[in-house]
Design a protein. Structure first.
Length: 269
């Protein structure tokens, strides 16, 4: 069976698919690709189902083919490799993460309904750690599909948000500032959350609040006023007020924004 060996990895790299929805009551966040659109674009390049398991990375990668393989990336390019060929991938410039898909999809054990990496999963397996040099990634047998091409992500327009449940607590001034400020995503962002830089929101809420359920795309406002957008591996509960939630159709686009790329928000419904 064909496989890919990781010769070197410098930076973040993990396996991701569509995630593990429906397990928040167990304290397990949904996980899955940071940007499902980027995952779908890479998979479409190699005729995979849109959610097939692929490598998500912000790293310099060197991969060796252990057999004949076809790779695709988040730009829609494809790469044909023979046994022994080496492919190199750089950290992406236009998006926060890159995606490397293989025809047939990568294979990994099914755990809690998903096959992707989630650091901290209560299992002793590759699914709970990042990829490292020396890993050998088996290739699965996902059926080829005639996937339509996926257009590039547009990071040049405002991200749509729905005002959150705690608007009264944070105050109208904080809401107005959220919608009027041009932010950038911190370079220290990860799959748990993205801190927005560009000026604190003028908040009026208490320093502590009762813990409540949280979801992907929730924009929390801590006491210092610097908003945090919860990611797919974010906590399932939290105590900071939620001023807004990124609309489901715009979450993948937001999480694809590279660090230092200006981002603005608009209120939707």
């Amino acid at each position: 069976m064909s496989a890919l060996s990781i010769l070197s990895v410098l930076g973040y790299s993990s396996l991701q698919d569509r995630g593990r929805p429906g397990l928040r009551h167990l304290g397990i966040p949904p996980g899955g690709a940071l940007s499902p659109e980027l995952l779908a674009r890479a998979n479409a390049a190699v005729d995979n189902p849109t959610g097939a398991l692929a490598i998500e990375h912000a790293a310099r990668l060197r991969l060796r083919a252990e057999g004949k393989v076809t790779l695709g990336d988040e730009t829609g390019r494809t790469f044909e490799l023979e046994a022994g060929d080496v492919a190199s991938f750089e950290p992406p410039r236009e998006t926060r993460v890159g995606v490397v898909a293989v025809r047939g999809g990568f294979d990994a054990p099914l755990l809690f309904g998903g096959r992707g990496t989630m650091v901290g999963l209560p299992v002793d397996a590759r699914a709970s750690r990042l990829l490292v040099a020396g890993d050998v990634l088996a290739i699965g047998g996902a059926a080829r599909v005639a996937s339509p091409s996926v257009p590039p992500i547009d990071t040049g327009r405002a991200v749509t948000v729905v005002l959150g449940p705690d608007v009264a607590e944070v105050g109208d001034a904080a809401v107005a500032a959220l919608l009027a400020t041009t932010f950038t995503a911190s370079r220290r962002a990860d799959r748990v959350g993205v801190r927005l830089e560009g000026g604190p929101l003028p908040v009026t809420h208490r320093a502590e609040a009762p813990s409540r359920p949280m979801g992907v795309g929730a924009i929390q406002v801590p006491p210092d006023g610097a908003p945090i957008v919860l990611g797919p591996d974010g906590p399932t509960t939290g105590g900071y007020p939620v001023v807004a939630v990124i609309a489901s159709f715009d979450r993948g686009r937001f999480f694809a924004y590279p660090a230092d790329k200006p981002v603005t928000f608009r209120a939707g419904s």
